[in-house]
Design a protein around this ligand. Structure first.
Ligand code: PEP
Ligand code: MG
Length: 590
């Protein structure tokens, strides 16, 4: 049994067989093969060894011709190692007598060799370990082929264990087949984490290195409430988690029963609970949880689904579907918030970026591609003829950006006017407050927009200078840091003074203790993944606004996120004790 602790990012407990994808996207298969498949597996290994040898020979000839035989000799050495009769004999024996799968036999044997080299003194010999890893990868590539695409269509339900999943890959996961996923890297605020919640797939990220210790088919428990991952559990542990899974389901079913009741505090103050969505089909989940509207539609996932830039019709079809399904409830459509952070690569024609979160992302990208931006805005405007649509610009850092974005919007309106196409002329125009500069100058921004929505995921990242998707600094990523709370307080007060609506659409809205804090700071509109709405409604209905206010006042006076977290835990324990077990301590700040 192997126990890991990672960062819990999407709730629920799942138990199932592992589907393992290593660093390079290879699927790591089952460790063992049945007796009657042994001869077939030995043949398969031989074919892979032959193909790898042919590949090496080709490389040798090419490099000989290009650079001379002294360089080609590197490949000759690899070739000799690959065809070493002792190695081949050992692999056969492991398959024949221990029933190892060829992949497992190759990995264990070559890693053993590499580790032996790594232990040797000096520089030269330990470096040979790289050569051995290279040979291992070469054979595995032949045995497995590139299998990453399999993630989106698994044959049977499984728990995905991967080094990393890009937001694009996570977006493709089938929730029916993906029982849960675990990644070695990643942080609490990353888009992979956000998508896990959107898809209602239990998930743990940032566990650190462990894939070398697992194989496909191993039994895994993933506890997305506490961040625990257990591989090959013993019977007692398995039983405990089966119980836990049932309790979790029972608690959440209880919350779901509040569906018909209003989101209202115990002293009768209405709170608007809206849904964050990434794909049009999520409106079904939003309606099922009685969302008051769509508070954040992250349209960039339309771009992640394909390599081609979406056409105006692609945009329009997606938006129309959402607006119509929401039947008169407001829908906030956010313009493209794309960048290397979500793509896992530089945007088209862009350069590799060392700091994607500080780079060509979001509104900056839209303002660089005005034609594409206008296409999206036209589609949003056209959708506004179908129901109450609001348009929102992401990551606004300066008034100049806001004004330029509004000018492109005005342009798009003029075009539609000329063409006689209908849209809502009074469409509310808002912006995200997620870059500290916009919070600092919020009064001036409020003069130029109809509403603001606080994006705490990025606000925390930019306030504290901590990458939201990096496990190495995950403990520093604290939405409850008093500096963040002071900023939110400032924005809420300014919006109240200006008489403009303000909401929160970052993850803070969906964390019960932090949601209480937001109510205390004066927020009355929260937008979150549909899966969290019932739970937040349950919490809201148990508290009074004055209790939340005094909670926020105390939090604002504190020095450390750790102190605020303890205060929130205490408050939650008082009002909804069952929940505290499902939302254990937030990571403490040092
Ligand atoms: C945020 O930053 O809080 C937000 C809602 O936007 P995203 O998570 O898409 O960056
Ligand atoms: Mg953001």
């Amino acid at each position: 049994m192997l126990s890991l602790q990672g960062i819990a990012v999407s709730p629920g407990v799942a138990i199932g067989e592992a589907f393992v994808v290593d660093h390079e996207g290879f699927r790591i298969p089952r460790r063992f093969v049945p007796q009657d498949a042994v001869e077939y597996e030995i043949e398969r290994l031989q074919r892979a060894l032959d193909a790898a040898a042919a590949e090496l020979e080709q490389n040798r000839q090419r490099i000989d011709a290009q650079l001379g035989s002294q360089y080609g000799a590197i490949f000759s050495a690899h070739l000799r190692m690959l065809q070493d009769p002792q190695l081949v004999e050992k692999l056969h024996e492991l398959i024949r007598t221990r029933h190892y799968s060829p992949e497992y036999a190759v990995s264990t044997t070559l890693r053993e060799y590499a580790e032996a080299f790594e232990q040797l003194p000096g520089h030269v010999l330990p470096e040979r370990a790289h050569d051995i890893y290279d040979i291992e990868r070469r054979i595995l590539r032949q045995l497995l082929g590139r299998r990453r695409e399999e993630l989106s269509h698994l044959d049977s339900p499984a728990v995905i264990l991967a080094h990393d999943l890009t937001p694009g890959e996570t977006a493709q996961l089938d929730p029916e087949k993906t029982l849960a996923f675990v990644t070695e890297v990643g942080g609490v605020g990353g888009h992979t984490a956000i998508l896990a919640k959107a898809k209602e797939i239990p998930a743990v990220v940032g566990t650190g290195r462990f894939l070398h210790e697992v194989a496909g088919g191993d039994l895994v428990i993933v506890d997305g409430d506490h961040g625990h991952v257990i591989i090959d559990p013993d019977a007692a542990t398995l039983e405990r988690y089966e119980r836990e899974r049932k309790q979790h389901q029972a608690l959440f079913q209880q919350f779901e029963q509040l569906r018909e009741l209003p989101a209202e505090t115990a002293d009768g103050v209405r709170i608007e609970l809206a849904a964050n969505i990434e794909f049009p089909h999520e409106v079904r989940a939003a309606r099922r949880r009685a969302a008051a509207g769509v508070g954040l539609y992250r349209t960039e996932f339309l771009y992640l689904a394909s390599d081609e830039e979406p056409t105006e019709e692609d945009h329009y079809r997606a938006y129309a579907q959402v607006v119509e399904a929401m039947e008169g409830r407001p829908v906030v459509i956010r313009t493209l918030d794309l960048g290397a952070d979500k793509l896992g690569r530089a945007p088209a024609d862009g350069e590799e970026e060392a700091n994607p979160f500080l780079g060509l992302r979001s509104i900056r990208l839209s303002l660089k591609n005005i034609d594409g931006f206008r296409v999206q805005l036209r589609a949003i405007l056209r959708a506004s003829a179908l129901g109450p649509v609001q348009v929102m610009f992401p990551m606004i850092a300066t008034l100049g950006e806001l004004r330029r974005a509004k000018m492109v919007l005005a342009d798009a309106m003029e075009d539609l006017d000329e063409q006689g196409i209908h849209y809502d002329r009074r469409i509310p125009v808002g912006m995200m407050v997620e870059v500290p500069s916009s919070a600092v100058l919020i009064e001036r921004f409020l003069e130029e927009v109809d509403f603001v929505s606080i994006g705490t995921n990025d606000l925390v990242q930019y306030m504290l200078a901590v990458d939201r998707a990096n496990r190495e600094v995950a403990e520093l990523y604290q939405a409850t840091d008093p500096s963040v709370l002071v900023m939110i307080d400032r924005v809420v007060r300014a919006a109240e003074a200006a008489g403009k609506p303000v909401s929160v659409c970052g993850q803070m809205s969906s964390e019960p203790g932090q949601a209480l804090l937001l109510l205390g700071l004066g927020i009355r509109r929260l937008s979150m993944p549909p899966v969290n709405i019932p739970e937040i409604k349950a919490v809201t209905r148990r508290v009074r606004c004055d209790e939340c206010r005094s909670l926020a006042e105390r939090a604002l006076q504190m020095d450390l996120a750790r102190e605020v977290n303890a205060l929130l835990r205490e408050e939650l324990r008082r009002i909804l004790p069952d929940l505290v077990n499902h939302h254990p301590t937030s990571p403490d700040t040092p």
